[in-house]
Design a binder for this molecule. Structure first.
Ligand code: ATP
Ligand code: MG
Length: 347
C-alpha cells in the first residue's frame, strides 16, 4: 500500500491529493487521492462501478479538470500546463474504441499525427508499422473501414491509434470491455507481449479483477468514492488483502489465482522444507523457473506425472543462479504445499 508519495526519479505520473467534485453532485467523485506510477509500469485501476476510475484516469490528461490537488508528469507539475502539449505525450484508448466510420483504418491511426502536421506518406508508413505491431496485416487492413473489422480487431486498431504519436504514457479505459471473453484473453496476452516491446507507462481501467491480476505490475483497488483500498502487486493483493473490501472484491478462489502468478522460481526461493525436491522422480514433466505453478500443474495433470523437473532456463533473469544452473525435482505434493506457503512479495 503506498499512500505516501515519494519523490523517486523514476516516477512518471504522480497524483497529489487530487479531488473531483462534479457540479450538482452531493459527493465528490474522487476524494483526496494520492498515488504514484513509475516509468514503464503497467498499473491497473479496478473497482466497482461509479467508484471514480474513469474520472481519475481522465484527470491524468485533464479531460476532466481536478477540483483540487496536483498532477505531475515526469517531474513537471502539469496541473495548469497547456493541455494540448500535455495530451501529445499521452495516448488514450476509450472503451467505445471511437474509430471514425468514414475513415480507413490507416487514416484512423494517422489522425493525431495529421493534427500534428506529419506528412501523408510518413503517416501511412507509420500506420502500417503500427498495424504490424498489433498483429494486423497492413496489406489486408490498412485500406478497410472500421465496420469491416471484428470487435477485437477494432480494439487493436484503437491501441495502434493511441500509439501513433509514440507517447510515453498510455491511458486505457476498459479497452477490451466490448470483446467476448475468448478474444479478450487473447488480446490481453498479445497486449502483454506488446508492452514487453514498447515499455510504455500504462494506466488501464477495468472492473474485471482477473484482467487486473493478469495484466498489472501493480493494481490499484478502488472502493466507493475513490478510496484507494490497496495499491500493490497482484500477488500481494491475493496474499495479503489490505482489508475486508479487498478480500471480498478479490472473492473466492484467491489461492487458485495465486497459482497463475507464482512461478516455480518463487516456489523454490520460498520456504521449501527439506532437500527432498532434488531427488529424481519417475514421471516428472519439465518446467523452467519462469513457468507458473498453474502451468506446471496443468502439465502434471495432462501427463499424469508425479511431479516436475525444473530445468535450467537461460532466459530467466534475476533468478537465483545456483538454481538456474542445475536441475531440481519437485514432487506434486511438495509443489502444492510449498505454493500455498510461499508468501507474496515479488515486485
Ligand atoms: N460528467 C459527470 N457529471 C456528474 N457526475 C459524474 C460525471 N461523470 C461521472 N460522474 C459521477 O462520478 C462518479 C464516478 O464516476 P466514474 O465514471 O469515474 O466511475 P467509474 O469507476 O469509471 O465507473 P464505471 O466502472 O461504471 O465506468 C459516479 O458517481 C458518476 O455518476
Ligand atoms: Mg468508467
Amino acid at each position: 500500500m503506498s499512500e505516501h508519495v515519494s519523490t523517486g526519479t523514476d516516477t512518471m505520473i504522480r497524483l497529489d491529493q487530487v479531488t473531483k467534485q462534479y457540479h450538482g453532485q452531493d459527493r465528490p467523485a474522487v476524494s483526496p487521492l494520492t498515488l504514484e506510477i513509475k516509468n514503464g509500469e503497467f498499473v491497473v485501476f479496478v473497482g466497482p462501478s461509479g467508484c471514480g476510475k474513469t474520472t481519475t484516469l481522465r484527470m491524468i490528461n485533464r479531460l476532466v479538470e481536478p477540483t483540487s490537488g496536483e498532477i505531475w508528469i515526469n517531474g513537471q507539475n502539469v496541473t495548469h500546463a497547456d493541455v494540448n502539449e500535455l495530451r501529445r505525450g499521452i495516448g488514450y484508448v476509450i472503451q467505445q474504441i471511437g474509430l471514425l466510420p468514414h475513415l480507413t483504418i490507416a487514416d484512423n491511426i494517422g489522425l493525431v499525427p495529421k493534427l500534428l502536421g506529419t506528412p501523408k506518406g510518413e503517416r501511412h508508413s507509420r500506420a502500417a508499422d503500427l498495424l504490424e505491431l498489433v498483429g494486423l496485416d497492413p496489406k489486408v487492413y490498412a485500406g478497410r473501414y472500421p465496420r469491416q473489422l471484428s470487435g477485437g480487431q477494432q480494439q487493436r486498431v484503437g491501441v495502434a491509434r493511441a500509439l501513433a504519436a509514440d507517447p510515453p504514457i498510455m491511458l486505457m479505459d476498459e479497452p477490451f470491455g466490448a470483446v467476448d471473453p475468448i478474444a479478450r484473453e487473447k488480446l490481453q496476452v498479445e497486449f502483454l507481449k506488446l508492452q514487453e516491446k514498447i515499455r510504455k507507462t500504462i494506466v488501464f481501467v477495468t472492473h474485471d479483477i482477473d484482467e487486473a491480476l493478469r495484466l498489472g505490475d501493480r493494481i490499484a483497488i478502488f472502493d466507493v468514492g475513490s478510496r484507494l483500498a490497496q495499491f500493490d502487486t497482484p500477488l500481494n493483493v491475493l496474499t495479503n488483502p489490505a482489508d475486508d473490501f479487498v478480500r471480498d472484491f478479490v472473492g473466492a478462489g484467491a489461492s487458485v489465482r495465486r497459482l497463475s502468478l507464482l512461478t516455480i522460481g518463487d516456489v523454490l526461493a520460498g520456504p521449501v522444507g527439506d532437500d527432498d525436491h532434488s531427488i529424481p522422480l519417475h514421471d516428472a514433466v519439465q518446467v523452467t523457473l519462469t513457468s507458473t505453478v498453474h502451468q506446471a500443474l496443468e502439465l502434471v495433470l495432462a501427463a499424469r506425472a508425479d511431479g516436475v523437473c525444473v530445468v535450467p532456463d537461460l532466459a530467466a533473469e534475476g533468478s537465483p543462479t545456483e538454481l538456474a544452473g542445475s536441475t531440481k525435482f519437485i514432487a506434486l505434493q511438495d509443489l502444492l504445499m510449498t505454493a500455498s506457503n510461499t508468501p507474496g512479495g515479488r515486485q
